[in-house]
Design a protein around this ligand. Structure first.
Ligand SMILES: O=C(CO)COP(=O)(O)O
Length: 248
């Protein structure tokens, strides 16, 4: 039986990375040693312009993914990319519903759900992001917000194998701030319960200012099955230092 909760350490490069950044893919692939391969999956989601080249450079073990996809497989949507195109370029995952897309592009839960369904249909694993803002946390609405995002954006057709949830508190992204381990445990436990029996073994990642210095504490929390890393995934050194939490 597949171990669906094999940890996943994923890097989201966001809008960072020119051709020269492919050297970091080489370094991550080279540093993804046997001990780590035995215990965890590694994924990098570079900008779309680098996906095809990154797939070639990544080799067999390191996975490459997209950061977004359009709900439709093709058509008159200038500037957009479909899940089929990501798959065609060699991607095996796609992130949907990142808070930066929800904020920058006004993405609703319904749109995120349709993107996630497109990803699954294309044969990609999908990482659905959820998380509260600082104001929502201060108002005691964290579980309500995360619960509503989950019920609104979970795709039909998901299994514990092809669905990954990323809990990313908006206020923790790029800020150097992180929730307490107690708060992470509360939200991850809540998400696990919300997923229900069929999806109970899906991986739930924590994201938001994950660094080599805090990775062991955050990854050690119950129901945390890995990380979605932004800034610290841009260098192989930091990304591998985070992933190394699982190598021992
Ligand atoms: O948004 C994130 C990953 O998707 C987290 O970003 P940082 O790790 O830079 O806080």
């Amino acid at each position: 039986m597949t171990d669906h909760r094999r940890p996943l350490v994923a890097g989201n490069w966001k809008m960072n990375g020119l051709q020269a950044a492919l050297a970091e893919i080489d370094r991550i692939a080279a540093g993804y040693g046997e001990a780590l391969k035995a215990r965890a999956d590694l994924l990098i989601c570079p900008p779309a312009t680098l996906i095809a080249a990154a797939v070639v450079r990544a080799g067999a073990a390191l996975r490459i993914g997209g950061q977004d996809c359009h709900p439709q497989p093709s058509g008159a949507h200038t500037g957009d990319l479909s899940a089929d195109m990501l798959k065609d370029a060699g991607a095996s995952y796609v992130i949907v519903g990142h808070s930066e897309r929800r904020a920058d592009h006004g993405e609703s839960d319904a749109l995120v759900k349709s993107k996630a369904e497109a990803g699954l249909k294309a044969g990609l694993r999908v990482i659905v992001c959820v998380g509260e803002t600082q104001a929502q946390r201060a108002a005691g609405q964290t579980l309500d917000v995360v619960g509503a995002q989950l019920s609104g954006s979970l795709p039909g057709g998901a299994t514990a194998d092809n669905l990954v949830i990323a809990y990313e508190p908006v206020w923790a992204i790029g800020s150097g701030l992180t929730p307490t381990v107690k708060d992470v445990a509360e939200v991850h436990g809540f998400i696990r319960a919300q997923l229900g029996k069929e999806l109970a073994a899906a991986r739930i990642l924590y994201g938001g200012s994950v660094k080599p210095s805090n990775a062991a504490d955050l990854m050690g929390v119950a129901n945390v099955d890995g990380a979605l890393v932004g800034g610290a995934s841009l260098t192989a050194r930091d990304f591998l230092a985070i992933a190394a939490v699982y190598a021992t």
